[in-house]
Design a binder for this molecule. Structure first.
Ligand SMILES: [Ca+2]
Ligand SMILES: [Ca+2]
Length: 175
């Protein structure tokens, strides 16, 4: 069953923990759509959106990268339930960044995202660990300009590497 979008396995959406066994809901829609989580996410405020089964938040306060990571951890109700946005597929990347850019002015402002090469120059990893499984670098990026080790949004839905100490808005993702 193709449950692309709004899928949360084992959380009352009609599928078991592995998303491969229907628990008896009458239709694919009922099976795959989780309005409870959607509503709960959107109810947290206008800076929130629910995309492909995950809640996202655009943090308007300006933080450096490290402080942005800490800020994201508490944005979804309790400690350590959030992280900087870690894009893992084109669909989610494009929708989340497009949403975030609608929330900010000017929309060309850059935002922190949860990728960096702080540990090893040139080896980009997610902020919570692991090699990137998808990339959407802008033209000529990453270029390590000014020893930039932290990912930020750029033109369209692309990414750029930039200076970690720059204070800017950020995109948070619920874990
Ligand atoms: Ca770098
Ligand atoms: Ca760059």
């Amino acid at each position: 069953m193709d449950c692309a979008g709004n899928l949360k396995c084992g959380q009352g959406n009609g599928l078991d923990d592995n998303c491969n066994t229907s628990l008896g809901f009458p239709s694919d829609y009922d099976c795959c759509y989780d309005p409870k989580s959607d509503a709960e996410c959107l109810a947290k405020g206008s800076n929130h959106t629910y995309i492909n089964g995950i809640c996202f938040f655009v943090a308007m306060d300006l933080f450096n990268y490290t402080d942005a990571m800490v800020n994201c951890q508490t944005q979804f109700g309790s400690n350590n339930t959030g992280k900087l946005f870690e894009p893992r597929d084109r669909s989610t990347n494009d929708q989340v960044i497009q949403f975030a850019k609608q929330m900010i002015l000017p929309s060309t402002s850059k935002m922190h995202i949860g990728i960096n090469d702080m540990a090893t120059e040139g080896t980009w990893q997610y902020a919570t660990g692991g090699d990137l499984v998808y990339t959407n670098w802008g033209l000529g990026q990453p270029d390590n300009h000014a020893n930039g080790d932290c990912g930020q949004t750029w033109t369209g839905t692309t990414w750029d590497d930039s200076i970690c100490n720059q204070k800017k808005r950020s995109i948070c993702e619920m874990i």
